[in-house]
Design a binder for this molecule. Sequence first.
Ligand code: BES
Ligand code: ZN
Length: 875
Amino acid sequence: MEGKKPFERLSTVVRPVNYDLTFKTDLEKFTFEGKADISVETSAPTKSVMLNSVSLDIVQVAFKSQEQSFDKVEVSFSKEDETVTFTFPEELKVGPGNIIINFLGELNDKLKGFYRSKYTTPAGQEKYAAVTQFEPTDARQCFPCWDEPAIKATFDITLVVPQDKVTLSNMPVKKETKDEDNKLKTVSFERSPIMSTYLLAMVVGEYDYVEEKDSDGVLIRVYTPLGKKEQGLFALSVATKTLPFYKNYFNIAYPLPKMDLIAIADFSAGAMENWGLITYRETALLIDESNSSTATKQRVALVVGHEIAHQWFGNLVTMEWWTHLWLNEGFASWIEYLCVDHCFPEFDIWTQFASSDFSEALNLDALKNSHPIEVAVGHPSEIDEIFDSISYCKGASVIRMLHDYIGDRDYRAGMHAYLSKHQYKNTFTEDLWESLEQASGKPINEIMSTWTKQMGYPVIKVCQQMKENCRQLKLEQQRFIADGSHENQTWLVPITICTQSSPTVPVHKFVLRGESEMITIDNVKSDEWVKLNVGGVGFYRVHYAPDMLRQLISSLDCKVLSPRDRLSLQSDLFALCRASVAKIDDVLKVVGSFSHEDNYTVWTDLTSNLANLSILYQYTDFHDSFKAFLRKLFTPIMGTIGWEPKESEGPLTAMLRSLVISQLGRNDDKDVVEEAKKRFEQYCNDGVKLSSDLRGAHLKRHEFYNIFKVYSIALGHGGEKEFESLLKLYKTADLQEEKVRILRALGSVKSTDLINKVLDFAIGKDVRSQDTVFGILGVTGSAEGRDLAWKFVKKNWNELHERYQGGFLLARLIKGTTEDFASEDCLKDIEEFFKVHPAPSAERNIKQSLENIKLNISQLERDAPVVREFLASYI
Ligand code: BES
Ligand code: ZN
């Protein structure tokens, strides 16, 4: 059998210097005419040039230089490699020249390349905008180019479009002329700095905007749908603070004269950092003060902070190849928190990092089917696959650990050195380590390579010996694997240790290098607890000896342990329990000690761990008793927090209320269900206000997390009538955030018939393709819904596959509909299905799902008898 051809990067014997691009769009026929006049530099004689090109119709190709001129050029395509080869009658001579290409393309509806996005005008008319999304490898769908991040060039863009359209690109407009005969205008933009193709952007459509200059005079605009410009004000204020914040942090000015942020109606990712023209999903940019939730505000701030960080980290300095994608995404996913912490200290956002990025990364990276942060990739489907939680969340987490280890001052100095040394160029991961090493004098490359080149992370097993006034600790490391198996592997682990009398400032810091080490901590009394991993900053789990754990747990009530440490303690315990290292009844007893917890984020993480158990226990006869256990856990905090917001409360209290109500609702608390149903009816029928924090479902990054709130509770305890009311709300809702909230809540319906209706609705014409996945995943909260959703995916496979063209939305859909099963039959069924229906860009996700199902099966088998007994004696 013939093996797969190894992937090859493009040759740069002929390389682009400047692209002069003209596009004439037709927003009725959904086509465009393009012309690319590419100035190239030939470094060795060659007869042919290979570029990337997909789905383009190349009409004419010519080459011109001072000495040579060809207009008969042979053109051949490779569909699989997404390339086009131009072969000239003679060898091109060394030196400058121009390749001139005329081509035709389609404004597609696949949310990539140059595509069309549907919007409705305030008058109710349906229209289309033309927009781009090029990362990672879709610039080649818009024009023939060297579509690799390291082949940078400058760009002159010209758009020929209808006169009434807003026309945007990365740079400001240089010149605009109107042709009254055909009602078209020709807009040309200033030349861009030298940059990668994946960062180019164009938008042609109808928008309003708000604008402001930042403290350095950079003009920032937020473009919104027509008639909604006030919804851009929140993002504008974040952007105006963020741009100078990064300028100061990096000590490098923002290199472009303007920055636009624009909400695009049809958009597959959350947002995209195109240089000077950042595109967003509407829900990731727009805030309607009376209808947006606190969680959405926080998310918008994070997303804006993330994309603006890329303007330096990614755009000015770019990864050399997609293997180093994590540099971009991990770094931006870390610094978005730093930026939000600066703009909104009241969010206590770093604590939230622990329950979002950090937990997500630890869970995924415990799987045998994880992958190292740095991973060799070639073909576009492999590149798509690494936009995952390892690049984002583990990337952000190891950078956080590194920042803590280096200290902010040296870290910033290193960042500045790195960005200035490599500006307008490309880098490997090692380049960053080198700059940080020079700035800090610490062995950064040696330490960090263990985290980025190996997959997984360690569990540190620790036991203590009491000595007079001091504590001797023995630390051992090995890889933590979700199924409890062992692998002898080591990392260079920055360890921090705190004690009861110094709970937030580490009393001891060192780098654990080998498999084990003994250390002594002075001045610790015998009744004091000792904790590793202060603030949960290190990327590892801790397995305490029983006596150490007992001391820590008995202190939970008095809150000497910081919220971040309380969070990390229970998070480790749940993970050790899944790996059958800790016992489930012990863990459930510890959970009881959290009944006096008051921190939103600690509750969030605990809740998500308990929700995972609850999903498993759906397949047992004691699910109802487990629900009763959960009700009992959440009742005291509900008593404190109540339904009504207090005037002086902060955002975290509003979010905690919403979390607690959703948990009590999900677990059938009679009072909460009754109150929720009452409020739902009053809201639907009498227009009584319902706080946006309490309405629907809750967005958790990188995950489609369904939290039961008023909409969901009403639906889950109602029937056809409630379903119809919510559907009506969906159709009349104007704000995209509200639509998505409803869509996700719809899945809480109980009857088979209604679940199927929700699934059909999700894939129907009323839901945008980008949101269908939310709709389908919305039903996976119940055992029956999960079955039906998976059947639905199988039945509609061709349609879904075609819609998402592989791509990460498909990968998320597959993962979300499969990973919660817990039986051998399901396991086999899923395996069989993907043998027949391959999904290349979701291959690893499928393996991860199968691994998770196996873990579910063994966890359930092992724990069910114990939990049954625990609950029987508990109630
Ligand atoms: N560069 C990405 C956008 C992207 C994602 C392009 C996947 C191609 C494939 C952007 O910077 C990003 O990371 N967006 C996130 C939002 C962010 C706040 C985590 C996204 O789209 O989820
Ligand atoms: Zn990003």
